[in-house]
Write a protein that binds this ligand. Sequence first.
Ligand code: PLP
Length: 355
Amino acid sequence: MLNINDLLRKNIQNLKPYSSARNEFSGDDVILLDANENPKVLSGLPVGINRYPDPLQKRVKEKLSGIKGVNSDNIFLGNGSDEAIDLALRCFCNPGIDSLAIFPPTYGMYKVCAAINDVNIFEYPLNANFEIDSDKFLGEIKPEVKVVIICNPNNPTANIQSKSSIKKIIERFQGIVILDEAYIDFCPEQSLVNELSKYPNLIILQTLSKAWALAGARVGIAMASKEIIDVFNKVKFPYNISNPSLLIAEQALDKENESKQRIEEIFYERNRLLKIITTLPRVLKVYPSSANFILVKTSDAKRLYTYLVSNGIIVRNRDSETSCKGCLRVTIGLKEENDRLVELWERFEQQVQSE
Ligand SMILES: *Cc1c(COP(=O)(O)O)cnc(C)c1O
């Protein structure tokens, strides 16, 4: 049986966390003279903005708990899910000694976070169908690997991995598995959150940035065993999410139906865009998508990318990523935005044709 405490760095095991006096009471009817705050908000500014936020973000976690079917004690909130990725590396990987395993092509922040923390990376590329070969991975895995990150659905390939191969890795790997489900609300497959209690080494990441349309508020979610969540809460900056972001998150979480309806609209646009783009002569392949973006393989990604930019449309050029030669990643926008993209893309095709 895997012992999470044994996986932690020694300095983290021994850490005595910052203690905020605000943790020592509950209720509203108190006089707060403990934190050197300013007693009065400047005129016209939001009520309560003079006060430090709730370090454990109880109200947002209660709402999330209801939506996700996960206990509040199993939820960590971060300044974007990137904070949770960074925390996991800082808590479990000794700089210069332990390593992170990733499956490229995948989300670029994993590598950046590892580099910042001086954590070495081992790459196990996805196969031609962008799938993880879990048996091959488990057979080849280096002993230095302490943390594995699986992105599902994967960015930038937009596909999902089979549940059995994800579970096999979680069950057999003797370290921490981070399952990044940033796009899970856009895909028909179910999240693994309802099986969280079976896997003490599993950290599931979700976010309010995509399906909940709050990229600007910076609220990321990590769900894991209480043991791991307690460690994250001990290591994070005490007031890591601001009052305005927490208030906005609460408001958004009350709009679950609207969020679902918006996702349906994105699906509709995604299918429409997919059909049109597939027919263009210089489009070699449009990969199936379980996310709010599509990956498109073209015969000249660089030139198309530059053409779109010069006409005011920014997509993501993934041409230089592992197995992504010629690929552009396109986020599904509003109908008008997608129409404009199609118009320019068709014009580009005509221009190349006439040369
Ligand atoms: C967008 C995205 C996130 C979300 O990051 P935040 O910091 O929560 O905005 C996480 N993982 C992947 C793979 C993403 O594409």
